[in-house]
Design a protein around this ligand. Structure first.
Ligand code: PEP
Ligand code: MG
Length: 940
């Protein structure tokens, strides 16, 4: 019989931490904590297989489930020494929570205090000796169950929550401000009124049967896997919809049963900065949701739990360290203290900013807790870009006094216009993707996710470092300042007031997620610490601890990666910066970019009417280009430099408006009519598939000749100065070997002429961009001539998918929302389609030129998933913009480490057939049981 339910607790645990796919992160970790003897209230996990079954079978469960759940409930009763629905002794109450493979904080539903009804509440009141506590639990339960299970939650911001309406009316009548001031009789009345609201809205009585309540909770949690915010979250973080969630049913313990009780969340290291030491929030006499919801201002664990509850604090620190050492990662822990007894409710690897990810990983290697491979593998490669983002500081802050200061929950500097409603933020952003917004809220909830995604920064007036706003913005890498209690927000008037000043929606503010400071207006930024060391040299490495961590991580990455990393750079300054960030060469110089500063001379060339005129117009361009190339070669000091010949359609460079044509006519002394006529001639219906790429050099060979001559003369001059130089000349948009041969002949002739004149030869290569499906399919023929290929995946995506790179904005959002494309194919490689074409290109190219040099220079060269794919293809290098280089270095190392691990696992299984070193060893010779002796090692 299939096993759908896994129990955990001190009397026996079925699962463990390795079973995340089946038990979800929460379930697997609860099982693991129970297994290593930590105090976990017992419970059980219903597997993700049930979720899959549920959706595949019209929201029904497998027939075996009911019996397995009932059995598991009995186990909880036995371990906890309480009975579910007991009307004589203290009854067992349970919670029902979601738990997917990857944590999705707050996105799915939870129901607490299941098992309460009109009878058990009386027993709870009597046996706990606290009538208020019992009735408060009951009214919270009816409200939560009504919202979550009976679907009474407001559907949009204009809807009224019936429970909140009743609660507000009750507080008004009772003359109190806070929920906690309500007396037991008020709470009793509330329960009756809540239940009446349930009956009115659903037509049914509120369920009194505890088992019916449990099944209601289970159904609601499985159902919440497909709610809108969970779907948006999965799309944002690339979590497959097929994974499904597990459901955890667990005995309740109470942090709200008096002053000897508390509840809290804590991180073993700071999730914003990575600094070592426990940080977190707790509340005395409260339930867990109160802490993360950001409604009551929590206390800081590190500041006062030791004073409030010294024994529990001591035990908590011990358990926290056990967990961090056990999981070898920063732990995010939920706990409850019930009458001085500590209970662990959850542990998971903490969400963290890029800063914290890098710092903690490097520190943990230095502490001997993890290996460099582990450090590299666990940092999301894109997160390292956070370390290069601008910060507030230096001159930008001169004369600026902070308006107020909150908790520095998510590092980064953000300047933007105030926006109070997440829906408004999303609407503004959809109209203008460059809009800079700061989302200002009292606190955030999972409903606000869409708004948080498009905002530059988040500012909240309540909630601590573990509030929803803090957690989510850290994960998104957004600047976040929370708990600014000096700020008063008036949603209705769309204003916020602080320090005697009032700000309206649309006013500019700046938030500093490093310091927690909030400033009026737009604060100019300065370069990050890393770039102050590498680019501006304002800081010395020894004074820059963040830089030191960054550099350490990069040097480990370089040790493991097999892919080379190059940069796309068009001038010496970019080239120099790229070298500082680890570039080993240039993978793409777009020569047309060099004309931007001399646009009129370039236009004169385009406007030429015959070869003689064009050759004349090319003369000044030759000088410019030669000087530019020389600068780049000098900067690159012998590293390979790939230079692409002119590529874009010429009409992109000519003036189109009457006024611009008039201006140009005066500058170049060419009649305006002539200019207008040439511009007309150059017009194309579909320029990206028109006269561009090598087609330009074929029709105007003098352009190719000029560019090749400029490259070789620059190289010769640099060589004469004793600087090594390796130009790689790249012909764009080749689809046919005949195109390549045509251009190759011109380039070789130019080289021969320059070398002869100078008496110096330069080692150079001629290759091509692979940007057309035809080039991939005929790559064997193309490689007969081309000495290297560089996959231009911007155009290869455009031509392979038949989607214009300039026009896809109008439908890509719909494509992603409707799950037609998992990602934007111009950002992350379509591995199946475009990647399939690349595979053909690589295989065929190598078939005729086995040592052909292979690279990629499209935008995908700096995208982690695409870099991993390129590693798998066996390319020689990836090339990306300078600031993406750290991402590429890290992603390339991750790919190499993952491959090594996969090989080792496969080798262990296939070669020696044992399971003892699964995933653990790096080669067969270290298989701990030695059972493979005599067998060959396949993973080297
Ligand atoms: C490409 O097409 O991938 C490429 C790098 O060239 P460009 O973006 O200049 O067309
Ligand atoms: Mg291209």
């Amino acid at each position: 019989m299939a096993k759908y339910v896994y129990s955990f607790g001190k009397d026996g645990t079925d699962g463990d931490a390795t079973m995340k796919n089946l038990l979800g992160g929460k379930g697997a970790n609860l099982a693991e904590m129970a297994k290593i003897g930590l105090p976990v209230p017992s419970g059980f996990t219903i597997t993700t297989d049930v979720c899959t079954y549920y959706y595949a079978n019209g929201r029904n469960y497998p027939p075996e489930l009911q019996g397995q759940v009932e059995e598991a409930m009995k186990k909880i009763e036995a371990t906890m020494g309480k009975k579910f629905g007991d009307t004589n002794a203290l009854p067992l109450l349970v919670s029902c929570r979601s738990g997917a493979r990857e944590s999705m904080p707050g996105m799915m539903d939870t129901v607490l205090n299941i098992g309460l009804n009109d009878k058990t509440v009386e027993v709870l009141a009597q046996k706990s000796g606290d009538e208020r506590f019992a009735w408060d639990c009951y009214r919270r339960f009816v409200q939560m169950y009504g919202d979550v299970v009976l679907d009474m939650k407001p559907k949009d911001k204009t809807d009224i929550d019936p429970f909140e309406e009743i609660l507000e009316a009750k507080k008004k009548k009772a003359g109190v401000k806070l929920d906690s001031e309500l007396k037991p009789e008020h709470l009793k009345e509330l329960v009756t009124e809540f239940k009446a609201a349930v009956k009115k809205q659903t037509g049914h009585d509120f369920p009194e049967d505890p088992m019916e309540q449990v099944w209601g909770g289970i159904g609601a949690v499985f159902g919440s896997w497909m709610n809108d915010r969970a779907i948006v979250y999965r799309r944002t973080y690339g979590i497959p919809h097929e994974w499904g969630t597990a459901v955890n049913v667990q005995a309740m313990v109470f942090g709200n049963m008096g002053e000897a009780c508390a509840t809290g969340v804590a991180l073993t290291r700071n999730g914003a900065t990575g600094e070592k030491g426990i940080t977190g929030d707790y509340l005395i006499n409260a339930q867990g949701e109160d802490v993360v919801a950001g409604i009551r201002m929590p206390k800081k664990i590190e500041d006062s739990l030791g004073k409030d509850m010294p024994k529990s604090w001591e035990e908590f620190q011990k358990v926290a360290m056990i967990l961090e050492n056990h999981y070898k990662d920063i732990q995010d822990i939920e706990f409850t203290i019930e009458n001085q007894k500590l209970w662990m409710l959850q542990t998971r690897n903490a969400k963290r900013t890029g800063f914290a990810a890098v710092r903690a990983a490097v520190d943990m290697v230095n502490e001997g807790l993890i290996t460099p491979e582990m450090a590299i593998s666990r940092i999301p490669a894109n997160d390292v870009t956070q370390l290069l983002q601008p910060i507030f500081g230096g001159a930008g802050l001169k004369g600026k006094t902070p308006l107020t200061k909150g908790i520095n929950a998510g590092p980064g500097a953000a300047t933007g216009q105030i926006c109070f409603q997440p829906e408004d933020a999303e609407a503004i952003w959809q109209k203008d993707n460059s809009a800079k917004l700061i989302l200002v809220r009292a606190s955030t909830t999972p409903e606000d996710l869409r708004g948080m995604k498009v905002a530059q920064g988040i500012l909240t007036s309540s909630g601590g470092a573990a509030s929803h706003a803090a957690l989510v913005s850290r994960q998104m890498g957004k600047a976040c300042v929370c708990g600014c209690d000096a700020i008063e927000i008036n949603y209705k008037a769309e204003t916020m007031s602080v320090g005697g000043k009032t700000f309206k929606k649309g006013d500019w503010i700046s938030v500093d997620g490093f310091t927690g400071n909030v400033y009026e207006g737009q604060v100019p930024t300065s370069p990050s610490e890393v770039l102050q060391v590498l680019f501006t040299k304002e800081l010395k490495p020894k004074d820059a601890p963040l830089y030191q961590c960054f550099q350490q991580l990069m040097s480990w990455s370089d040790r493991f990666r097999k892919l080379g990393v190059r940069t796309n750079a068009d001038n010496p300054q970019e080239a120099g910066r790229a070298i500082a960030l680890g570039a080993e060469g240039i993978g793409l110089t777009r020569t047309e970019h060099m004309f931007f500063d001399r646009i009129d001379d370039f236009r004169a060339m385009i406007l030429s009417e015959n070869v003689a005129e064009r050759e004349k117009a090319l003369e000044p361009l030759l000088k410019y280009q030669q000087a530019d190339f020389e600068g780049i070669f000098r900067e690159m000091k012998g590293r390979p430099v790939t230079i692409r010949l002119l590529d874009p359609p010429l009409h992109e460079f000519v003036p189109h408006t009457d006024h611009e044509q008039e201006e140009l006519s005066q500058k170049l002394s060419i009649p305006k009519g002539k200019i207008a006529q040439r511009v007309n001639e150059l017009h194309e219906e579909n320029p990206m598939l028109g006269h561009r790429g090598c087609r330009l050099g074929i029709v105007y060979p003098e352009i190719t000749r000029m560019q090749a001559t400029a490259i070789f003369q620059a190289a010769v001059d640099v060589m004469k100065d004793g600087i090594d130089c390796h130009p790689e000349i790249m012909i764009p948009l080749v689809g046919n070997i005949t195109e390549f041969r045509n251009q190759e002949a011109i380039i070789r002739a130019a080289a021969a002429e320059v070398f002869k004149k100078a008496g110096v030869t330069v080692d150079y290569l001629i290759g091509t961009m692979i940007e057309l499906p035809r080039a991939c399919v005929t790559a064997d023929r193309v490689a007969e001539g081309a000495e290297f290929f560089s996959f231009g995946t911007n155009d290869l995506t455009q031509t392979g998918l038949g989607i214009s790179r300039d026009d896809y904005g109008s439908f890509i959002n719909d494509y992603q929302e409707k799950d037609i494309f998992p990602a934007d194919p111009f950002q992350t490689l379509d591995q199946e389609g475009v990647g399939g074409l690349m595979k053909i290109g690589v295989k065929k190219g190598r078939s005729t030129r086995p040592d052909i040099k292979l690279g990629i220079c499209g935008e995908h060269g700096g995208d982690p998933a695409s870099v991993k794919f390129c590693h798998g293809l066996g390319l020689n290098y990836v090339s990306c913009s300078p600031l993406r280089l750290p991402v590429a270095r890290l992603a390339a190392a991750q790919a190499a480490i993952a491959e090594k691990k996969e090989k080792a696992e496969k080798c262990c299984k296939e070669s020696c057939g044992c399971d003892c070193c699964q995933g653990g060893c790096s080669c067969c010779s270290c298989c701990p049981c030695g059972c493979q002796s005599g067998k060959s090692c396949c993973c080297k």
